[in-house]
Ligand binder design. Structure first.
Ligand SMILES: [Zn+2]
Length: 101
């Protein structure tokens, strides 16, 4: 996947379009990303003991990787990236400023 954990991303579709957030979990097998504070859904938590009230917590639901773009740490723009090989190491290059992200 071209987007990794701790990347800053811009959401480009869905209800959070235009918002920015940090990737807190990457799920490469599903092609999905969990982004901090984005795509929150309310979840009802059942009370643990009888007599306690259930709680509603907001949890980020994973977004499809195609719904976000990486924000380049060098030029600050939402960009596409390309991979380049230097020896055996892979680098991500910003398509706009050509710098390594
Ligand atoms: Zn850049």
């Amino acid at each position: 996947m071209k987007i990794h954990k701790n990347d800053q991303v811009l959401i480009i579709s869905g209800k959070d379009k235009g918002r920015k957030g940090k990737v807190i979990e990457a799920l490469p097998k599903q092609g999905r990303l969990v982004i901090e504070g984005i795509n929150l859904r309310k979840k009802h938590m059942r009370p643990k003991k009888s007599g306690e009230k259930g709680q509603i917590v907001e949890m980020p639901v994973p977004l499809n990787v195609s719904d976000v773009k990486v924000i380049c740490s060098k030029c600050g723009k939402a960009v596409r990236t390309v991979y380049k090989l230097k020896g055996k190491k892979k680098y991500r290059i910003c398509k706009k400023c050509k710098q390594e992200i």
